[in-house]
Design a protein around this ligand. Structure first.
Ligand code: TYD
Length: 133
């Protein structure tokens, strides 16, 4: 079972010039097949509430503050606060997630597969029963 972890992207720049952060497949845990971003999420909304059979993701708070709570198949929980644009969180497959956003947050997701609704596990009961198999 893979575990979630934070990684720091290579950056180019300085406080005087500003920065470029770079994500290249050769430096990532998987080749990127899809990119999407989430924005304007009200602070009262908790998103997520699902896991994926196969999808792996690298998520970045390119602006604002995003808190991820992840639970693995053994029931172990971990919480990650993303608030720096050069830091990404690797989320392996089979992790139940809940996500809380500051209203100004923009979440960039680099994904290992194209969108496939069949890859989602949207019921926590089903997640636990898949995990027991
Ligand atoms: P979902 O992944 O459930 O987002 P969240 O967990 O943040 O609420 O996606 C929300 C909706 O958007 C869902 O109906 C599926 C759709 N969607 C796509 O069609 N393509 C995509 O690449 C993504 C990420 C979502």
């Amino acid at each position: 079972m893979q575990t979630p972890y934070l990684l720091t992207f290579d950056t180019i720049g300085s406080p005087d010039l500003g920065y470029i952060a770079v994500a290249e497949n050769s430096a990532l845990p998987f080749p990127i097949k899809r990119t999407y971003w989430i924005y304007c999420t009200p602070e009262t909304v908790l998103r997520g509430h699902h896991a994926h059979h196969e999808l792996q993701q690298l998520v970045i708070a390119v602006h604002g503050r995003i808190e991820f709570t992840l639970e693995n198949v053994a029931g172990e929980k971990s919480t990650f606060l993303l608030d720096a644009p050069e830091v990404g969180l690797f989320i392996p497959e089979m992790h139940w997630r809940t996500i809380n956003f500051s209203h100004d947050a923009v979440l960039l997701c680099l994904a290992s597969t194209e969108y496939n609704e069949a890859d989602y596990i949207r019921s926590f009961e089903e997640f636990k029963s898949v995990a027991r198999r």
